[in-house]
Design a protein around this ligand. Structure first.
Ligand SMILES: *Cc1c(COP(=O)(O)O)cnc(C)c1O
Length: 466
């Protein structure tokens, strides 16, 4: 895709559109010196050279990638006009695109009805879900697992809701019996279930939680910020991708769900989404504003169902453009998800075959966790992991490999059968989110490069205890 040509086209189109409104006199104070501008852009580009290459297959760290070119073009085309998706007056075209894109997200989760909107991030989307939970179950707290995203605790504090931490099992999924006990005390009004934890990609027991919802007056919120798009994989994928579709099929029966198009949805940052199964959730957002015109007809304008006021119409345009090209179906974006899953399975296999690396646990989605095999103590694993992380990034650009670290505790190692001397309570291991289909094409090489950073098997290193 020739992005520069498409960008030139959307810039020209914006100028043509502006011209239809007629000429006006530019103010002399707003004039800029072209030479100075050129110099500033030079410096900007030089500074931006110091960025992390999220686009490259050798970036195998955090849950991030480059946006799809279609998203970039869609974003710029709209951004030049600066639509505001607070209301239909501010963003008539892009508000409609947002409604359509959100409806496609709701269809992906098979929500029978929905109300929802895009947000600036998964964190804000989860905040909105917890806000609605508080309004609908006043005075009751929120339960989430020890491995839930760290922002749930922060948002509970912000909302004045009591946070209840629930232990996880040996694969990092919520212990639902412990959650059920909390629900039975009446203290918990909402359970946050994570579909793909940020650390290891674990999937909380969503299907079983539905039984709790039937028995007790408890809300179920699914944090699928990272894992949500795996809903595009089907039952047919279960065997080849060693993957269980049932939790994703259960999301449609929960009360709310969050998904981040800026993670697996190919979008640039600034695009989360929250969806509520009950359109009546809109009542909790009711407010009166002297600045913005309120419409009473359906559909509600987006400012009526959002905690944020101004929001980038460009984010909606970017998502809408992408979904026209790569729809939310198995043969659309689902192909991207399937390839990342295959890459993770192959990566895990290669790690198991290597003598320098040990697999922390089997990957659930496309996040792989592993650590150097030689150290015998947690502090040794931590030190070597930290060194590998730094050395990988310090290499020349054409050689560098980018990983991320995950803090795990002694029980985490022990529960997964790793016998290490627990000389410290916790330590870092390595973590790779394989979010780019291109990584499927070079997994073996990636693992070989990482293994080459590890201390050779059999060699004594700090903390080897030998
Ligand atoms: C990334 C993530 C979040 C936070 O989303 P942001 O878009 O980074 O704010 C929340 N929950 C889970 C499970 C995530 O992976």
């Amino acid at each position: 895709m020739e992005v520069s040509k498409l960008l030139a086209r959307v810039v020209d189109s914006a100028r043509d559109w502006e011209a239809t409104f007629g000429d006006y006199e530019p103010h002399p104070d707003t004039e800029i010196d072209e030479i100075r501008l050129g110099g500033v852009i030079d410096e900007l580009l030089t500074r931006l050279g110091n960025s992390t290459p999220f686009f490259h297959p050798r970036y195998a760290g955090q849950m991030t990638r480059a946006p799809h070119p279609a998203a970039v073009v869609g974003y710029v085309a709209a951004m030049l006009l600066n639509p505001n998706n607070h209301d239909f007056a501010g963003g008539p075209a892009t508000s409609q695109m947002e409604h359509e894109a959100v409806a496609e997200l709701a269809a992906m989760f098979a929500l029978p009805a929905h109300i929802g909107h895009l947000t600036s991030s998964g964190t804000i989307a989860n905040l909105e879900a917890l806000f609605v939970a508080r309004q609908s179950h006043p005075g009751r707290g929120v339960a989430f697992s020890d491995d839930a995203h760290f922002t749930h605790e922060r948002m509970c504090a912000l909302l004045g809701m009591t946070a209840h931490r629930v232990p996880t099992d040996a694969r990092g999924a919520m212990d639902l019996d412990a959650a059920a006990e909390l629900v039975r005390t009446g203290a918990v009004g909402t359970i946050v279930l994570t579909a793909g934890t940020t650390g290891v990609g674990a999937i909380d027991p969503i299907v079983d939680a539905l039984t709790l919802k039937q028995q007790y007056d408890v809300r179920l919120h699914v944090d699928a910020a990272y894992g949500g798009f795996f809903a595009l994989l089907t039952h047919d994928d279960a065997e080849t991708l060693e993957w269980d579709p049932t939790p994703w099929r259960a999301i449609g029966a929960c009360d709310s769900v969050v998904v981040d198009p800026h993670k697996h949805g190919l979008q640039p940052y600034g695009c989360g989404a929250v969806l509520f199964a009950d359109p009546a959730a809109a009542r909790h957002y009711r407010h009166d504003s002297p600045y913005t015109r309120m419409f009473s007809g359906a559909p509600a304008h987006l400012g009526e169902i959002s905690l944020e006021c101004s929001r980038a119409g460009a984010a909606a345009a970017a998502l809408w453009t992408t979904l026209q090209l790569i729809p939310l179906r198995r043969e659309g974006l689902g192909r991207f998800l399937a390839s990342t899953r295959r890459a993770a399975l192959r990566f895990a296999h290669c790690v198991e075959e290597s003598s320098e690396l040990t697999l922390y646990q089997q990957p659930e989605l496309d996040v792989v966790t592993y650590f150097p095999s030689t150290p015998r103590t947690i502090s040794g694993v931590d030190a070597e992991s930290g060194r590998m992380l730094a050395e990988g990034m310090a290499a020349a650009p054409a050689e560098a490999i980018y990983l991320s670290a995950l803090q795990v505790d002694a029980a985490g190692f022990g529960g997964r059968g790793h016998r290490l001397d627990a000389d410290t309570a916790r330590g870092r291991i390595l973590r790779s989110a394989l979010m780019k289909p291109e990584q499927e094409l070079c997994v073996d090489e990636l693992v070989a490069r990482i293994a080459a950073l590890a201390p050779p098997a059999g060699r004594t290193v700090a903390g080897s205890g030998r």
